[in-house]
Design a protein around this ligand. Structure first.
Ligand code: HEM
Ligand code: HEM
Length: 210
């Protein structure tokens, strides 16, 4: 593309996936506090993107495949040690640590979306609402929320299934945010060590060789 010799690493699908995910994730994260349709749509977008990326991890182009960037513990450890040496090992696709971070991010996003769907289901909406209705009889569903476990006036915590999923959903979304912070720090550190601009590569798709 540009004048210098570069190698195409990230296909268009991976790049569109990544930056769409960044937008959808932050929209979902910052719209979660009130019940609004924007939050639910952003959450569904995250779920669809993650589902797509998993499929693409099996049938996509070379560096998009899980088989290209999931390394065993020995290789991952060798990479970690090389990072602090004068000759850091270089990978054209994700490096072994980056590869494991991709897996962690995808799993945490699945957990976030799943618990979001459960929360939404508890509120009587979305695909999991149906399952709820079958578990709780309509008569009970009306007025049991507050105190059917007789929690001696405490009124918080486990007696309320609605709160349970909401709390778990919040915990998952915060954990994902924590991973994202580590992810971006990792990207910046790896860019520094290898003297290359990984963020630019995720935009253009190209990397300098070796
Ligand atoms: C603005 C902040 C972000 C920046 C600058 C950024 C940057 C990058 C870069 C440079 C890569 C490629 C790493 C490599 O070369 O090995 C990457 C990959 C990735 N990032 Fe981010 N990222 C950001 C936010 C996020 C967020 C919010 C998520 C998810 C919630 C995310 C999930 C991923 C995933 C799943 C990959 C793997 C890409 C693939 O193989 O499909 N990133 N990111
Ligand atoms: C990566 C995707 C998502 C992120 C980052 C996210 C984040 C959040 C956050 C931070 C909250 C506020 C929690 C609280 O204040 O207790 C929240 C609430 C909620 N989320 Fe998500 N969420 C995501 C996906 C989803 C999905 C897929 C759904 C379901 C379709 C969903 C449904 C809900 C519901 C119903 C609430 C409670 C809103 C309320 O009643 O106040 N979320 N989410």
């Amino acid at each position: 593309m540009s004048g210098e010799a570069t190698i195409k690493v990230w296909d268009i699908a991976v790049r569109v996936f990544h930056w769409s995910l960044v937008i959808a994730f932050f929209v979902a994260y910052f719209s979660g506090d009130d019940e609004n349709v924007l939050h639910v749509y952003a959450g569904y977008a995250v779920l669809a993107l993650v589902a797509f990326r998993i499929v693409w991890g099996f049938i996509g182009t070379r560096h998009a495949r899980f088989a290209d960037f999931i390394y065993g513990p020995a290789t991952t450890w060798r990479y970690v040690k090389s990072m602090i040496s004068s000759k850091p090992l270089h990978y054209l696709g994700h490096n072994p640590l980056g590869g494991w971070m991709v897996v962690a991010l995808l799993l945490s996003l699945i957990g976030t979306c799943w618990t979001g769907l459960e929360t939404y289901g508890q509120e009587g909406h979305g695909p999991l609402a149906q399952a709820d209705i079958r578990l709780i009889s309509p008569a009970m569903a009306d007025d049991d929320e507050e105190d059917h476990r007789g929690g001696r006036g405490q009124g918080n915590g486990e007696a309320d299934g609605d709160e349970f999923w909401k709390e778990l959903h919040e915990a998952f979304s915060n954990f994902t945010l924590f991973l994202v912070i580590l992810h971006v720090a990792g990207v910046l550190i790896a860019s520094g060590i290898h003297k290359e601009n990984l963020i630019k590569s995720m935009i253009t798709g190209y990397k300098p060789p070796s």
